[in-house]
Write a protein that binds this ligand. Structure first.
Ligand code: SF4
Length: 729
């Protein structure tokens, strides 16, 4: 036999005959990459590609997007509605009519017995915007419970809260185009190359053209920190201290933008008074970044012609999440970096349509950034939907993280979960399990029947996935993109839009409110509600065809706007959505309220993502190549700490916190400091068995990343057996 390169047969990729390309938007993260799905003559998916003409991704996709078309036929998809009396019995297959009738009856029965708010609804950031709007109509207008929220409380609530407190409205002011104009880029608690690879690629491309400093603030030496010019390995949960100390230097050295502050902000004196308490000499002992470095970074940021800050869960998932966001906004207001090219605050959103749910789902208010607390908003929506405004509550109900404890106390008896998986995603799994067992009625609506939470349901609604449906997403930079319907729903699954419409027919107000048959008609209603003077969330100039032709349009895009481009940035005129049009500087005091490492539990437990998986792996856990690269959970541990405990690389260890324990394999790496361990959060029965999840007082978002654990050796054979039993699909 002859070996060698010369004699190797080249790999041939079988030719794929594509009869039609369907335009779509990735249904995983909030980057908003445009994907074309290739169908053959029979309408079967044969391939896909990143759309080269889309400004967001310019032809690129990450591993999740590249393999996304494998979802349609993946294992575990829900095929028929399922029903059972008790959660531990076997499911029986049933018809859609019976599943919907039974669910509507149970909702009414629970509400009749315990009051309207005793039935709660928790949705997601994964649906299409028209579905969110329709669900809002159903829940706010027909079912009438005030305990309705999205799982976005676990990822973006602090950003929303911080934007509202600073600028008077939600809505990220910047865009990816800012990378091409910035002179200084600072990232807080964001591992961009793994979380949002295509945004990272856009940043890298911009940096290669015009070299500007990248500063990464993260307790761990993440992939992003390794690529940064300056890495600030901050003590978990102390970002506010670092930001205050930076502003101390800026005011002390007269580097602030005084003209901007005077013209466009409120509360400058209050901010200065608080910041004056955070001189870098003292602050360094709290935030773990030395004095000189704080001064250097503050000067680089303030002296840059334009500087921008991004952040993700390192800021949001904290007991100081909302304050952290407000303080990033403070830094940018103080340096005059809002609303100008390359100068902005930009929260990098998690889920593909977390923005859509913030804008249109009515979770925390009413559609189009309207508030339940404002009578004129209640009246406007009630009149448009044709119902009595008194049907709406006068203030927001419980957030997702308060709904679960309300099950524990007996305040909530029934729950409808839509495309969310709290058995894996919520902190303190042992406690969540008890809550699920306590529910009198649980309906789970998901594309996958084997999602962990479905173990506790009484009814399962099988939902269609991604391009089996049609509708819009809004991405991180306010860009509305469309997913065209590429194929029929799998088996007897149904689009979420259809499920909400059918459920509405079973409630009195559902016969009064108009529920459009097609997503585009729902989009037309949203357009109508978005119009108005001083409304920043204006999509009235968009149509499905225009969105597709432009490969996504940023809002605001008004009826009177010509061409196909929306506004790239908000607040370019320095006018904000506050009563006097000026931005609010929010003085932020730091108070140390987290669980901390101690003698008994000496390690910080940090969590985050790996590039191959999305959230709780409901979908990526089914994709062969995503699983191949990241098959099981692991724990990063510093080799010096491991040596002290006589722990070897790839050994199993037991982690114990005050909540529970988990057995996990060790990966020795210098990425984590000696007093910290890190575990990816995607896996069932792992990091959230340990996490505490104290809540931010403003946003109700949990601090997933700040709690303490101890690490102990464990019998390796027993651990290997436990790990094999762990559910990895
Ligand atoms: Fe999808 Fe996000 Fe990957 Fe783009 S970066 S392909 S939107 S998962």
């Amino acid at each position: 036999m002859i070996f060698g390169r010369k004699n190797r047969k080249p790999i041939t990729i079988p030719k794929k005959e594509v009869a039609e390309w369907k335009y779509s938007t990735c249904n995983y993260c909030s980057t908003g990459c445009a994907i074309e799905i290739g169908l053959d003559k029979e309408g079967k998916v044969v391939t896909s590609r990143g759309h080269a003409g889309a400004d967001v991704n310019r032809g690129k996709l990450c591993i999740k997007g590249l393999l996304e078309t494998e979802l349609f036929e993946s294992d575990g998809r829900g095929t028929e509605p399922l029903i059972r009396d008790k959660y531990h019995e076997d499911f029986k297959t049933t018809s859609w009519d019976h599943a919907l009738d039974h669910t509507a009856e149970k909702i009414k029965e629970i509400q009749g017995k315990y009051g309207r708010d005793s039935f709660a609804v928790i949705s997601t950031g994964q649906l299409l915007t028209e579905e969110f709007y329709t669900l809002g109509k159903l829940v706010r207008g027909c079912i009438g419970t005030n305990n309705y929220d999205g799982n976005t409380t676990l990822c973006m609530a602090s950003a929303v809260s911080g934007y509202k407190r600073s600028f008077g409205s939600d809505g990220p002011p910047g865009c990816y185009g800012d990378f091409e104009h910035t002179d200084c880029f600072m990232a807080f608690g964001s591992n961009l190359p793994e979380q949002h690879p295509v945004i990272y690629w856009r940043l890298k491309e911009a940096k290669e053209k015009r070299n500007f400093p990248i500063i990464v603030v993260d307790p761990r030496v993440t992939m992003f920190a390794q690529f940064a010019d300056i890495h600030l390995p901050i003590t978990p949960g102390t970002d506010c201290v670092l930001l205050n100390a930076m502003m101390y230097v800026i005011f002390d050295e007269g580097l602030e933008d005084q003209a901007y502050l005077e013209a466009h902000t409120n509360n400058l004196e209050e901010l200065k008074e608080v910041v004056a308490k955070y001189d870098p000499k003292s602050a360094q002992h709290i935030c773990g970044i030395d004095e000189d470095r704080i001064r250097m970074v503050a000067r680089i940021y303030a002296k840059a012609g334009a500087a921008m800050s991004i952040w993700t869960m390192g800021i949001n998932q904290s007991t100081h999440g909302s304050d952290g966001v407000a303080n990033i906004n403070n830094l940018n207001l103080v340096t005059g970096n809002i609303g100008k090219p390359g100068g902005t605050s930009l929260s990098i959103t998690g889920q593909c349509n977390a923005m859509g749910t913030r804008e249109w789902s009515s979770c925390s208010g009413l559609p189009g950034y309207r508030a339940l607390e404002k009578p004129e908003h209640r009246e406007e929506i009630a009149n448009y939907w044709g119902i009595d405004p008194s049907f709406f509550p006068e203030k927001r109900g419980l957030a997702q993280t308060d709904i679960f404890p309300a099950i524990e106390t007996g305040e909530i008896k029934g729950l409808w979960l839509i495309a969310t998986n709290p058995m894996t995603s919520m902190a303190n799994t042992p406690r969540i399990r008890k809550m699920m067992e306590k529910l009198e009625f649980l309906v789970v609506q998901d594309c996958y029947k084997d999602v962990e939470t479905n173990e506790y349901s009484h009814v399962f609604f099988p939902a269609s996935v991604w391009a089996e449906k049609e509708g819009c997403h809004t991405n991180t930079e306010r860009r509305v993109s469309i997913t065209r319907n590429a194929m029929k729903p799998h088996a007897n699954s149904k689009p979420d839009f259809w499920v909400f419409n059918q459920m509405a027919k079973r409630f009195d107000n559902g016969k009064v409110i108009r529920f459009p048959e097609k997503p585009e008609e729902a989009f037309d209603e949203m357009k109508h509600l978005s119009k108005g003077e001083n409304r920043i969330l204006d999509i009235s100039g968009m149509t499905y065809d225009k969105i597709e032709a432009a490969r996504g349009i940023q809002w605001p895009f008004r009826e009177s706007d010509e061409g196909l481009k929306g506004e790239a940035r908000l607040y370019t005129d320095g006018k904000f959505q506050t009563p006097n049009g000026k931005a609010n500087l929010i003085a932020v005091n730091f108070f140390n309220n987290n669980e901390q490492p101690c003698g008994e539990y000496p390690f910080w437990l940090n969590s985050g993502r790996v590039v191959e998986h999305f959230h709780t792996r409901t979908r990526t856990g089914k994709i062969g190549n995503c699983n191949k690269f990241s098959p099981t959970p692991f724990m990063e541990m510093n080799p010096d700490a491991a040596e002290e405990l006589n722990i070897q690389h790839q050994q199993y260890v037991r982690l114990t916190s005050r909540r529970g324990d988990a057995v996990v394999m060790v990966q020795l790496t210098q990425r984590v400091p000696r007093n910290m361990v890190f575990i990816p959060f995607h896996y069932y029965d792992c990091v959230n068995r340990l996490s505490l999840g104290l809540l931010d007082p403003h946003s109700r978002q949990p601090a997933f990343k700040q709690c303490s654990v101890r690490v102990e050796p464990v019998d390796q054979a027993e651990a290997a057996r436990l790990n094999a039993e762990r559910r990895t699909f």
